[in-house]
Design a protein around this ligand. Structure first.
Ligand code: 3NM
Length: 524
């Protein structure tokens, strides 16, 4: 059995100046590489054979199997453990006939058709790629993307075919890659294949060892969202207690909440954030994203009035927030309204891992590719999903984050638990930007949740803090404040409701207790 965990694909052309190939290989084995593929695209047969023979001797010393790219004859000559073929290389059926029994065969796959064919050809493993864009190989097919890999992995259910991801996998995106590629049926990658991250390093031993550390930290978790969840069980009581704690934490610590939002609701969102006790910063420029990610408590990305400069900022801000393990709340406003929004949302969600995705039923249906609920612009048409609890739970599993579906009833799921909350007031639907304000409330509370969890172990986690509770806290702060605002005598309609709402958000942060919570938390 081959351990595919850290699969090194060689690339002599990428070696740093003065670095000896065999020394680099040996160091990477010492660092923890578990399988090696010799890949020589522009080498004569004799030289390829020499490199493969010497590499085999080194790999044997570390008991690590050697796989040969493309060339069945070289694999035979060096008694390699396996052969890896691309889509235009030797067909699997012929390679199988030529190679001794027990030789492993792997195939590169980019899409469902190639994966189905590989499975029916009886391959031992597939290399799914490119996961990210890369300059190591000229790509003639689209980048699969982290979420696309998860979709493909579902196809391997019920088979014994192993899978590695390849293409642009680096230390800085490894945890995100591992977390984001898990399928809705919980099928994860068996390993990751890397070229440049190890080969182009001047310290290949350390490069490999650091990748191994992340791999084992990811695998040591025990909940379904290993890199996201902090608890496996919630009760209604523990949710309320947790939310009250988070609210006080926001008020006491005044976290900076970075918001890249639309120009319709920017002032409302900033005011709501201040009222809750947090501090808004509405920066959109790429150049300042890294600095802000170091000092902020959470990031909100809202695509309401998407323009190219803000979009670039969103790509960078989310990646910086992931790097700092800060919560990222994503509001895909009107995602179904245009192809531009749809493709922008896909790129953003493939660039970084959202901690929370918040939307109304129409937006989340568009995101999930479901036509059960339609939208008109940014609004949902009709009464929503027949089974909203299953919908949010499944979408949380697919997107690997907490999902908040807002509406008359709010459904919040982390993929295991679903909170069903029915606080709120109809006047919320009669002011512009209430959905965007909900995003700000969620981001502020996720920032509070992160601060509360500061002392906790960060290893193997993509984000710090109980994001499920942060999301519930944000929704409750807004919906309960809306109820209280609507009760006020001076509120006569939407115009007077909005300032009263800001006042009640301000009061909510200081009340230290949660008003009547209508709803329940259920374990599915
Ligand atoms: N195959 P790096 S991408 C060899 O998509 C290879 O099938 C790919 O190199 C595929 O780790 C790739 O330096 C190159 O990005 C991966």
């Amino acid at each position: 059995m081959i351990d595919y965990s850290l699969y090194l694909v060689t690339g002599r052309e990428l070696l740093p100046q003065g670095q000896d190939y065999f020394d680099s290989l040996e160091q990477s084995l010492q660092g923890g590489v578990t399988v090696v593929q010799i890949r020589e695209k522009n080498t004569d047969t004799r030289e390829f054979l020499d490199v493969a023979l010497r590499s085999k001797v080194i790999c044997d010393r570390y008991n690590v199997p050697l796989i040969v790219n493309d060339r069945v004859d070289i694999a035979l000559a060096v008694q390699a453990a396996g052969v890896h073929v691309g889509q235009s290389d030797m067909p699997v059926s012929i390679a199988r006939k030529l190679l001794p029994r027990g030789t492993v065969i792997g195939v590169s796959c980019n899409n469902i058709q190639e994966l189905d064919k590989a499975v029916s050809d009886g391959v031992d493993y597939v290399g799914i790629g490119a996961v990210w864009s890369t300059t190591t190989k000229t790509l003639n097919k689209p980048v699969v993307g982290v979420r696309g890999v998860g979709e493909l992995l579902r196809k391997l259910d019920g088979t014994s075919v192993k899978a590695v991801g390849i293409g642009g996998i680096k230390l800085k995106n490894l945890l995100r890659t591992l977390h984001g590629t898990v399928s809705t049926t919980n099928r994860a990658l068996d390993g990751v294949a890397v070229v440049s991250e190890i080969v182009a390093s001047t310290r290949p031993r350390e490069a490999a060892a650091k990748l191994c550390e992340v791999l084992s930290a990811f695998r040591s978790g025990d909940s379904i969202f290993k890199a996201m969840r902090t608890r496996s069980e919630y009760t209604a009581g523990s949710v309320i207690d947790g939310v009250v704690q988070i609210m006080s934490c926001v008020r006491d610590h005044n976290p900076l909440v970075h918001q890249i939002t639309n120009n319709v609701s920017i002032a409302q969102s900033a005011n709501a954030t201040i009222a809750l006790g947090a501090s808004p910063i509405m920066a959109t420029t790429v150049q300042e994203m890294e600095d802000i990610s170091r000092i902020n408590g959470a990031l909100l990305v809202n695509i309401g009035t998407l323009v190219p400069t803000a979009y670039e900022g969103m790509v960078v801000a989310g990646s910086c927030a992931n790097a700092q393990k800060k919560p990222v709340v994503f509001d895909p406003v009107g995602v179904g309204a245009s192809h531009f929004r749809q493709s922008s949302v896909n790129t953003l969600l493939d660039s970084w891992q959202a901690s929370v995705i918040k939307g109304n039923a129409g937006e989340l249906a568009a995101l999930a590719g479901s036509n059960e609920v339609q939208s008109k612009g940014v609004d949902t048409i009709g009464s929503g999903f027949k089974d909203p609890v299953s919908f949010v739970r499944n979408l949380a599993r697919k997107e690997r984050c907490v999902i908040v579906m807002s509406g008359e009833i709010d459904y919040i799921s982390d993929g295991a638990n679903v909170a069903v909350l029915s606080n709120g007031h109809q006047l919320l639907g009669q002011i512009t930007g209430s959905g965007c304000i909900a995003g700000s409330c969620i981001a502020s509370h996720c920032a509070g949740a992160m601060i509360l969890a500061q002392g906790e172990d960060k290893e193997g986690k993509l984000v710090i803090g109980d994001i499920f509770l942060g999301a519930i806290g944000g929704i409750l702060a807004l919906t309960i404040s809306a109820e209280l605002a609507a009760l006020r005598e001076d509120v006569k309609g939407p115009g007077t409701f909005f300032p009263a709402l800001i006042d009640e958000l301000f009061n909510a942060a200081r009340r230290k207790c949660v008003h009547t919570v209508r709803g329940l938390t259920q374990k599915c």
